[in-house]
Design a protein. Structure first.
Ligand code: DC
Length: 231
């Protein structure tokens, strides 16, 4: 078995909502012994804190000022808990109101700047990680050794998200989820700052007809092949 040989290894996995990147990234990180960074959870954490504070997520300036003072931390458990100013908000991250609010938060250039900086610091600190989001290969870690982009047809992504929510004991209306996914796709792809794109030099995998295990296998094979190439 050949693992990538350099001492630092950054694997970026970008893609739209419900493309399976979180689950894939977490599993790949586990199997290759790399740190896992869920950057969507950081945007969701800010959204949850904004809502808990009773603020309007669309109030750009107030959110920017509020976010500048937030202390976001991932714990060491697996999967890690996200605390914001010492309060554990993990249980809120997938709630419907947070999911609705997060597009405004992700379109806020000040919040993005702050989280991009935080993600680069985590990258420097951990050295070897799988990081997933919308802009990891295109903006945050442009020089990453391995860049992947996962995609799938919108109805398939909606079905996967609904299953995930039901497994977590939460209600899930697939039609509504599809509408939310299409809305978030549009906002993620068209925002001025860090829009969702397939990064330059990234390998794009359409996972529509693949099982989760097949995607994980394909990603691991890709990481190993890159390791052999650079060895
Ligand atoms: O992957 P997710 O659904 O948890 O992401 C939540 C939101 O955060 C989604 O609207 C996209 C945004 N996001 C982003 O803009 N950049 C990232 N690196 C990660 C997520």
């Amino acid at each position: 078995m050949t693992e990538p040989s350099s001492s630092t290894l950054i694997v970026t996995i970008d893609g739209p909502a419900g493309s399976g990147k979180s689950t894939v990234a977490r599993q790949v990180a586990r199997q290759l012994g790399l740190y896992f960074l869920d950057t969507g959870a950081m945007y969701r954490g800010v959204a949850a804190a904004v809502l808990e504070a009773g603020m309007d997520p669309a109030d750009h300036d107030a959110v920017a000022e509020f976010a500048a003072d937030l202390d976001l931390r991932f714990g060491n458990e697996d999967p890690p808990h996200l605390t914001v100013n010492g309060v554990d908000l993990t249980h809120r991250l997938r709630d419907a109101d947070v999911t609705r609010a997060v597009s405004d938060i992700a379109a806020n250039a000040c919040v993005r700047r702050m989280l991009v900086r935080a993600q680069r610091l985590i990258g420097q600190d951990k050295g070897r990680l799988v990081t997933e989001g919308r802009d990891q290969g295109s903006v945050v870690f442009c020089e990453a050794q391995v860049k992947l982009y996962l995609d799938a047809a919108p109805p398939i992504r909606a079905r996967r998200r609904a299953l995930q929510l039901r497994e977590a004991g939460k209600p899930a209306d697939e039609t509504k989820i599809l509408q939310q996914i299409l809305y978030r796709d549009e906002r993620d792809r068209t925002r001025a700052d860090g829009p969702l794109v397939c990064p330059e030099n990234a390998t794009c995998i359409d996972t529509s007809d693949m099982t989760l295990d097949q995607v994980i296998e394909a990603v691991i094979a890709h990481v190993r092949a890159e390791g052999e190439r650079s060895a």
